[in-house]
Design a protein. Sequence first.
Length: 203
Amino acid sequence: MTLLKAALHLLCLAPLGWGWLHLLQGGFGADPVKEIIHFAGRTTLQLLILTLLISPLARWLHKPELIRVRRLLGLWCFAWACGHATSFLVLELAGDGWLLLSEIVRRFNLSLGALAWLILLALALTSNRWSQRQLGRRWQRLHWGVYAVAILGPWHYLLSVKSLSPEPWIYAGLLAGLLVWRLWRRWRRLNPAPAAARPAGRR
């Protein structure tokens, strides 16, 4: 588990190094500011998908210990969401916080992104065991908010991309599939299959 966590930390850091090299080589094209912002946003969605994949992977591979890395990935997802928001604030708005607030109010896609970020902030702040003990059952309800982020994130991305690119739809489809799986699992728990009838015989 220690080696797995170390590998995941490196995996989550790798896009930062790749992005820096890509920038130095001019790989972000004619509008690097826009591409850097979208790059950080895509990395956030990729880590969100990876975080939500942990539960089905743990079940399919019969490795319940994999659940222990979900918090690590969730925190990295939040870190990249902060990077996405910071790059927009610094590179696009020149660090003007008031302008950021007015843009969030004025532009619906930014309102969706801000709401997703706030939910991720709440999840990150309560991801520790102390919060889990203090909140009790409310902790699980709060952390179901990750599924709201799985809706808000790709919706924000779809509205942010003006061209007809298939990439936002791919992220939306993957997250929709994970949501459907989660809803199906919950439905199965609430509606268990009836037990098979006992064969006739002596008692």
